[in-house]
Design a protein around this ligand. Structure first.
Ligand code: FE
Ligand code: FE
Length: 195
């Protein structure tokens, strides 16, 4: 009961708020100038910045890795990240928005942390790899959270094709996270504990 009343109140409030925004309906009948749409596009710009910076950081992480397996995982994800960038460009184009990057403080911080881990660990050790996996998984989890939410936003707004594209990237980020966990549990952590 209370929940229904609350959601009713929220709906009324947000409906009143969007009234002030210049709502125009496109040929597809969707509201594309609503505040929520603007917010959605802003968040896409944020993850676009994140991906563009990550694609430059991953080769450094690959170079820093001790094991060839982890280096290969970083190499693979560099190529996949390039695809994520292109997918976002497709998303912007579908939304008829300019592909623009907006600084993502979270990714900037996560990449700074990855640099710190490289500085704090010795080259050629498995502790270095354990640290790199930690840094990379923090990045992947951030991406999973972002794409998961943005995909639902797109679905809510009726952008089916956009939702599908964001879903593809989401699945790839999840697979990367699993691959990193496999590296850690199959050999990295045990070797690191013996150093
Ligand atoms: Fe990505
Ligand atoms: Fe990723």
């Amino acid at each position: 009961m209370a929940t229904t009343e609350k959601s009713k109140a929220t709906t009324t409030k947000s409906a009143a708020k969007t009234k002030t925004a210049a709502n125009t309906k496109s040929k597809t009948g969707k509201m594309e100038n609503s505040e929520f749409h603007e917010f959605f596009v802003d968040e896409l710009k944020d993850i676009y910045w994140a991906e563009k910076h990550l694609v430059k950081a991953l080769p450094k992480m690959k170079k820093a890795a001790t094991s060839p397996e982890l280096a290969a995982a970083f190499e693979k994800h560099t190529q996949e990240t390039q695809t994520h960038i292109e997918t976002l460009e497709q998303v912007f184009s579908l939304l008829e928005e300019k592909a623009a990057a907006k600084k993502c403080d979270a990714m900037a911080g996560l990449l700074e942390e990855a640099d710190g881990i490289i500085e704090d660990t010795d080259a050629g050790t498995m502790i270095r790899d354990a640290g790199l996996i930690l840094a990379a998984q923090k990045v992947e989890h951030y991406e999973i959270a972002t794409y998961g939410t943005l995909k639902v936003f797109a679905e809510n707004m009726g952008h089916t094709e956009v939702a599908e594209l964001l879903g593809q990237t989401l699945e790839n980020e999840k697979a990367t996270d699993v691959a990193l966990t496999e590296c850690a549990v199959s050999f990295v952590n045990e070797a690191a504990s013996q150093e």
